[in-house]
Write a protein of this length. Structure first.
Length: 239
């Protein structure tokens, strides 16, 4: 089978946030058929599960050419992750750095489990590319976001399922400002506006406070990173 035919169908790990929405938009420009998967793991910011549906709808309405390629959405129950975790993403506790140098927003094994479940789903659905919005440039110290981890998981999944699965990480080596720029390149101001208005990043699940860069508390690590990236993106656009 030609290489282009082998890898024309993709599954995007889609949280409803800025990064995964940008990855979804790029996947819709690159692949013939794209499905999405989200995970309910007991996260405090469960509002992202609602944002997923809204973002998919808005993408379809604003970009008809992409809508023709957008396939089914899947939500998997991974509440066991929340039960096992004592983190500020799954418990009502303040954000801090732990003694091991990792932030307490790190949910151990989260991306490993996400990719394993996505691999099983991709296998069943005939999807050979798994797209993940992980990033080593702006990452928050999470070891399961590193390029080496992604390569190891790609090998493990391909061997364990006896089929060639690719893990695509389009944001791995760019910062948050460049992620905004990528969205603008893919879909112009219409996509940038969609991301600002409808995606959700805030760890606290805040949809009451509106900023230039979107909704959120403006204080948690996710909001601060998104805000800094937005400022750098707009500064570059004005210069």
């Amino acid at each position: 089978m030609p290489e282009s035919s082998k890898h024309s169908r993709a599954l995007v790990l889609f949280s409803g946030g800025q990064d995964s929405t940008t990855c979804l938009a790029q996947a819709l420009t690159r692949f013939d058929h794209v499905e999405t998967v989200g995970f309910d793991y007991g996260q405090r910011h469960r509002v992202e599960l609602d944002a997923r549906r809204v973002v998919r709808r808005e993408l379809s309405e604003r970009f008809p050419a992409w809508a023709a390629k957008l396939g089914d959405d899947h939500t998997l129950d991974l509440s066991v992750l929340g039960a096992l975790s004592e983190t500020s993403l799954t418990r009502d506790m303040a954000y801090r750095m732990e003694a091991n140098g990792l932030p307490n927003t790190f949910v151990p094994g989260r991306n490993l489990v996400f990719l394993t479940m996505a691999g099983a789903l991709a296998y069943r659905r005939g999807l050979s590319v798994i797209v993940a919005g992980v990033c080593e440039t702006d990452f928050s110290g999470y070891p399961d976001c590193r390029d080496d981890t992604m390569k190891a998981m790609q090998l493990a999944l391909s061997l364990g399922m006896d089929t060639r699965l690719l893990i695509d990480t389009p944001l791995m080596w760019i910062d948050k400002a460049d992620t905004w720029r990528l969205a603008q390149t893919l879909g112009g101001e219409a996509l940038v506006d969609l991301i600002v208005e409808h995606t959700h990043t805030c760890y606290r699940g805040d949809r009451e406070h509106r900023h230039d860069w979107g909704w959120g508390c403006g204080k948690c690590p996710a909001c601060l990173l998104r805000e800094r990236g937005w400022a750098a993106f707009r500064k570059g656009a004005w210069n």
